[in-house]
Write a protein that binds this ligand. Structure first.
Ligand code: IMP
Length: 551
């Protein structure tokens, strides 16, 4: 008896056969986020399904719009927090194609000086070198070498940049000298210098020919204006992705302010210093103060781009969009140092918040920034897929060399301090720190936190961010801790960039714009992750392992 053969379909028709299905695998973004079904989602609650690859990852374009007028080559921003973004981070972020938002938990003068440093930055020149005076001693140089790893320190009459250059102290000058020897006795005074205005390539030539380790740049009065290091000569000096204003070729500068009357004066100073983008820094942006501030800025400084927020609902977003916001910052309770959801019972899971606000704001041409809760490359891609023009990161960048503060050791690990701007410590900035807050053994006034005593002359930005400036009891919305050393942002950001390119390649889209179009069209698909799917997706079943993220 002949057996009945199974009637398989012709394999060559497999692709066209897909059309006979009612719907593609997985969910569209709106089906995924439908909170009636399962409540709000975080980034870890879902995945994107893979698409088809017919291009190399290096061709993926990561260009993205972060405000109405500003497009960056990479979608990365650093948070306006006093343990994350000062001028060094802002310069590096901009050189690498992102942007750093300078925090405002410092005096307006100090913040304006940081904006100026970003605008004046010329690739390769060190614009904030550590200087000493002739009255410092050899021990001070050895201390700097031990803490920061470099020698070759300019000696100026004021001990800071802008002082008259008197000499330079190199490692060899201090070798075999008693620690108490004054630098005036050991410093090298026969100096090779270059005049202010010298181009980087001219300065590099002088440095190369001089065979010195450092080249001080001085103005016509002999005052130190910047420094060039031989070690930097050896590094790659070109930054093809740099975030620059098209007309001036200067790096973009962004800074945060509050919404108090004094912030108007602060903003004037920042604009004078060259500011391009202002972030209105509030944990709950839907306030009459912020609306008024947006209207005032747009009428007073029409060329400044205003990023308003934070918001997590369409209703909050609507108020700020109608007041004139050029972009919105999304996130309430998602930050790694944040206890807002726990203490205030207010907030929203971040993936749902990003999708809801991006979908709404997109109708008005207003880009959104997914702020907080970014812990890895996958989170970046998920935020972009849900409609964000950029991600803003605090904790992920706080352990890099370019973040303010110095490394110290905690339980055997090299770490840097990272604290929420709603932590008691940040809200009390300006008050003397008790000795116990310094765990690096150098007592109060150490640089575990940046500028620990700087803020007495201005309203504390952390309290205004949380509307706590007039409260007798300060209710914390953040914690204070530390994060592990991540090396330089100059290696870490390129890793994030390459990671995003590879992820988009897996999804089968050639750029962020295409990703968002395909998500809107329902062609890029998502899948919810159960708790056990999350376990399966992590490393499991190993006795031990090392997790190196990039090489
Ligand atoms: P992270 O990248 O997850 O560490 O989150 C950084 C973001 O958390 C910042 O950009 C702020 O929006 C937010 N944030 C900063 N300080 C606090 C705080 O003290 N409480 C709550 N959120 C904070």
């Amino acid at each position: 008896m002949p057996t009945k053969s199974t009637a398989f379909l012709d394999p060559t028709t497999a692709v066209s056969h897909l059309e006979t299905y009612q719907r593609a695998d997985g969910l569209s973004a709106s089906e995924l986020i439908d909170s009636q079904l399962h409540g709000g989602l975080t980034y870890n609650d879902f995945l994107l399904l893979p698409g088809r690859i017919d291009f190399p990852a290096s061709e993926v374009i990561t260009e993205s719009r972060i405000t109405r007028k500003v497009v960056l080559k990479t979608p990365f921003m650093s948070s306006p927090m006093d343990t994350v973004t000062e001028s060094e981070m802002a310069i590096s972020m901009a050189l690498l194609g992102g942007i750093g938002v300078i925090h405002h938990n410092q005096s307006p003068d100090a913040q304006a000086a940081m904006v100026r440093a970003v605008k004046r930055h010329e690739n390769g020149f060190i614009t904030d070198p550590i200087c000493l005076t002739p009255d410092h001693v050899v021990e001070d140089v050895l201390d700097i070498k031990a803490r920061l790893g470099f020698g070759g320190i300019p000696i100026t009459d004021s001990g800071s940049l802008g002082g008259k250059l008197l000499g330079i102290v190199t490692n060899r000058d201090v070798q075999f000298r008693a620690p108490s020897t004054r630098l005036s006795e050991v410093m090298t005074t026969s100096l090779v210098t270059a005049p202010e205005g010298v181009t980087l390539s001219e300065a590099n030539d002088i440095l190369r020919d001089s065979k010195k380790g450092k080249l001080p740049i001085i103005d016509n009065q002999g005052r130190l204006t910047s420094l060039l290091a031989r070690s930097d000569l050896l590094k790659n000096q070109t930054y093809p992705l740099a975030s620059k204003r098209p007309e001036s070729k200067q790096l973009y500068a962004a800074a945060a302010i509050g919404t108090r009357p004094a912030d108007r004066d602060r903003l004037k100073m920042l604009v004078d210093a060259g500011l391009d983008i202002v972030v209105l820094d509030s944990s709950q942006g839907n306030s009459i103060y912020q609306e008024d501030m947006i209207r005032w800025i747009k009428s007073t400084f029409p060329s400044i781009e205003v990023i308003a927020g934070n918001v997590v609902t369409r209703e909050q977003a609507a108020t700020l969009i109608s007041a004139g916001a050029d972009a919105l910052r999304i996130g309430m309770g998602s930050g790694s140092i944040c206890i807002t959801q726990e203490v205030m019972a207010v907030g929203r899971p971040q993936a749902t918040a990003v999708y809801a606000v991006a979908e709404f704001a997109g109708r008005f041409g207003v880009p959104v920034i997914a702020d907080g809760g970014i812990g890895n490359v996958g989170h970046v891609v998920k935020a972009l897929a849900l409609g964000a023009g950029a991600v803003m990161m605090g904790g992920l960048l706080a352990g890099t060399t370019e973040a303010p503060g110095e490394y110290f050791y905690h339980e055997g690990k090299r770490v840097k301090a990272y604290r929420g701007m709603g932590s008691i410590e940040a809200m009390e900035q300006g008050k003397p720190l008790p000795p116990s807050t310094s765990t690096n053994g150098r007592g109060p006034g150490s640089t575990k936190y940046p500028n620990p005593r700087k803020a007495a002359t201005h309203e504390n930005a952390a309290t205004t961010r949380y509307f706590s400036e007039s409260s007798a009891v300060k209710v914390a919305q953040g914690v204070s801790g530390d994060v592990q050393d991540k090396g330089s942002v100059k290696a870490f950001l390129p890793y994030l960039h390459a990671g995003v390119q590879h992820s988009l390649q897996d999804i089968g889209v050639r750029g962020i714009r295409e990703l968002q179009e395909e998500v809107r069209g329902g062609r890029v698909r998502f899948e919810l992750r159960t708790a056990s799917a999350q376990v399966e997706g992590g490393v499991h079943g190993l006795n031990s392992y090392t997790k190196r993220l990039f090489a």
